[in-house]
Design a protein around this ligand. Structure first.
Ligand SMILES: *[C@@H]1O[C@H](CO)[C@@H](O)[C@H](O)[C@H]1NC(C)=O
Ligand SMILES: *[C@@H]1O[C@H](CO)[C@@H](O)[C@H](O)[C@H]1NC(C)=O
Ligand SMILES: *[C@@H]1O[C@H](CO)[C@@H](O)[C@H](O)[C@H]1NC(C)=O
Length: 305
C-alpha cells in the first residue's frame, strides 16, 4: 500500500503540485528526550481531497475526512528518529506528504575540560581538550571556549548522530603574558533555530592559567646617572616576571680593577659610596634572565649650569 502510494505520488506529483499547501504550527518541534510535544497541521487550497492525516513512529491518525486542521501529540518521546509527516490524500489516490521538522534532544550528562599544562610559557601554544558525554543531536551541538569571559573559539560537531554520543573537542590556545591568572573553560550548547528554543548551555569546570615569562624591566634597560646632580642614593632595578625574579648585583669601578659582587638580592641597591663606574643588575627567574646597567659618572661641579 505504501509503495503504491509512493508510486502514485511520483506519477501524479507533476500534475497535482497544484496550489495545495501544508503548514505546521509550531513550524518546528524541539522536544527533550522523554518529554512531550504537540503540533497542528493545516492544509489550504487543496481541491478534490479524500482527507488528511498524521503518520509517524508514534502511530498515525489514519485518514480524516472533511477537515483542514489536524492536531497530534507526541507523548514521552523516547525514539531518536521520530519523523512525523502530515499528508493529504486526493480522490485520485494521489498523496502529498510533508515532513514536520522534529528534533529530539538531550543535553550532555557531563562537560569536562582536562587540566591544561601548568605552568605555561608566554607566546607558546597549547592544546585544550573538552569532553562531552551523552549528547544529541550532533547537528545542533556547538562548543564554545572561553578565556576570562571572552569566547576564544567556537566549533561544531562534524558527526551526524541523532542519538546520544560522546565527543572530544580540542582547540589551540596561544598564551600571552596577560593570560596569567585567567580562567579557561568550555561550554556545550544545542543551538536551535529559533534560538529561544535552545536549552541552557552546560559548562565545564574552569581552570586557572599559570603563565611563566622572563623578567622584563619597567624602566629603561640602561640608565645614566651623574653623581653631582643625582640625589639618588639607591638604584632601582625592579623587573616584572613570573615567577618573581631574584636579583644579583655587580659593580665595575672606573678607578679600580675587576668586578665586585654586591651582597644584595633585592631589586633596590643602596649606594654606600658613590664611586663612578657601572652597576649591573641581573634579574633571573625560571624562564629567563635580563641585565640592566646603571652608569655612574662624575661631573665637575662648576661646569653644570
Ligand atoms: C489544535 O491545536 C491548536 C493549538 O494548540 C488549538 O488552538 C486547537 O483548538 C486544537 N484543535 C483541536 C480540534 O483540538
Ligand atoms: C622601584 O621601582 C618600582 C617600579 O617602578 C616601584 O614600584 C618601586 O616602588 C620602586 N622602589 C623604590 C624603593 O623606589
Ligand atoms: C651578606 O648578607 C648576608 C645575609 O644578609 C650576611 O649574613 C653576610 O654577612 C653579608 N656579607 C657581606 C660581605 O656583607
Amino acid at each position: 500500500m505504501r509503495l503504491f502510494m509512493l508510486v502514485t505520488f511520483i506519477l501524479f506529483s507533476g500534475k497535482s503540485a497544484h496550489s495545495c499547501e501544508i503548514r505546521f504550527n509550531p513550524p518546528k518541534v524541539f522536544v527533550k528526550y522523554g518529554g512531550s510535544a504537540a503540533a497542528s497541521c493545516y492544509i489550504s487550497q487543496c481541491n478534490d481531497i479524500a482527507g488528511m492525516g498524521w503518520e509517524s513512529s508514534f502511530g498515525g491518525t489514519g485518514l480524516k475526512e472533511g477537515i483542514s486542521t489536524l492536531n497530534t501529540t507526541f507523548d514521552k518521546v523516547t525514539d531518536w528518529n521520530v519523523d512525523p509527516k502530515c499528508f493529504v490524500s486526493f480522490l485520485n489516490d494521489e498523496q502529498i506528504p510533508k515532513k514536520l521538522p522534529f528534533t529530539v534532544y538531550k543535553m550532555p550528562d557531563k562537560v569536562s575540560m582536562s587540566k591544561p599544562k601548568d605552568p605555561m610559557r608566554a607566546t607558546s601554544s597549547y592544546d585544550l581538550q573538552c569532553d562531552i558525554k551523552d549528547v544529541a543531536p550532533a547537528n545542533s551541538l556547538v562548543i564554545r571556549w572561553y578565556k576570562g569571559n571572552k569566547i576564544i573559539h567556537e566549533q561544531k560537531s562534524t558527526r551526524q548522530d541523532r542519538s546520544p554520543f560522546d565527543e572530544t573537542f580540542t582547540t589551540t590556545l596561544k598564551v600571552a603574558v596577560e593570560d596569567n591568572g585567567e580562567e579557561v573553560w568550555c561550554e556545550a550548547r544545542l543551538k536551535f533555530v529559533p534560538e529561544e528554543q535552545s536549552p541552557p548551555p552546560k559548562r565545564s569546570e574552569a581552570h586557572v592559567l599559570t603563565v611563566f615569562y622572563p623578567p622584563c624591566f619597567i624602566k629603561p634597560q640602561s640608565e645614566m646617572l651623574s653623581i653631582c646632580t643625582s640625589s639618588k642614593s639607591s638604584l632601582n632595578c625592579t623587573a616584572i616576571g613570573n615567577p618573581t625574579p631574584v636579583y644579583s648585583w655587580t659593580f665595575t669601578g672606573t678607578t679600580q680593577e675587576g668586578i665586585q659582587e654586591k651582597n644584595e638580592t633585592g631589586p633596590v641597591l643602596t649606594l654606600e659610596s658613590q664611586l663612578p663606574g657601572v652597576y649591573s643588575c641581573t634579574a633571573t627567574n625560571a624562564v629567563g634572565k635580563t641585565t640592566k646597567y646603571f652608569h655612574l659618572i662624575t661631573v665637575q661641579g662648576n661646569n653644570i649650569s
